[in-house]
Design a protein around this ligand. Structure first.
Ligand SMILES: [Zn+2]
Ligand SMILES: [Zn+2]
Length: 159
């Protein structure tokens, strides 16, 4: 799993690009099934280096052995399942887990929260759980995941 440009042999690269889909759906290349998703940019995506704007799950049999050795484990990962790939506005989700984002864990989202970039994420000043920017409950002295947590830290005067 990683950017296929590191492991597909150079002389096959243009063929590969011609055949590949970059929407996370399966495609066949040299009788092997591959998946590739567009990242929308290059750089580091949760420890995977991206240079061709894509992340893919490529069977080892298609990889150039030396390139594979050079690439894993610093820029790509060896995995033993055929992971699913999805993209959500630049967040890359592999097997249901974002590699470059965090999920809102507020009680409203309850485990089904949206994915956010790390810098769009706040942490509840009371319980510490990650809260997406659109779910934050703002208080006088902090940001909270819920009115419950806000109340805990900033009890309203009752008089
Ligand atoms: Zn939420
Ligand atoms: Zn909280």
């Amino acid at each position: 799993m990683g950017d296929p440009c590191y492991v597909i042999p150079d002389d096959e690269w243009s063929d590969f690009c011609h055949i590949m889909r970059d929407d996370g759906e399966d495609f066949e290349y040299k009788d092997e099934t591959c998946r590739v998703i567009k990242t929308g940019g290059d750089g580091d995506f949760g420890g995977l280096s991206v240079d061709a704007g894509i992340i893919g799950v490529i069977p080892v049999s298609l990889c150039d052995p030396q390139s594979l050795k050079d690439t894993v484990p610093n820029h790509a990962r060896l995995i033993n399942n055929f992971a699913t790939l999805e993209a959500d506005y630049g967040i890359i989700i592999i097997d249901g887990e974002a590699i470059n984002g965090l999920q809102c864990e507020c009680s409203y989202c309850n485990g089904r929260g949206e994915w956010y970039y790390e810098d769009q994420m706040s942490y509840c000043d009371s319980c510490g759980c990650p809260v997406g920017s659109s779910c934050v409950e703002y208080g006088e002295n902090g940001e909270y995941c819920s009115s419950w947590c806000k109340e805990e830290r900033e009890p309203e005067d009752e008089d």
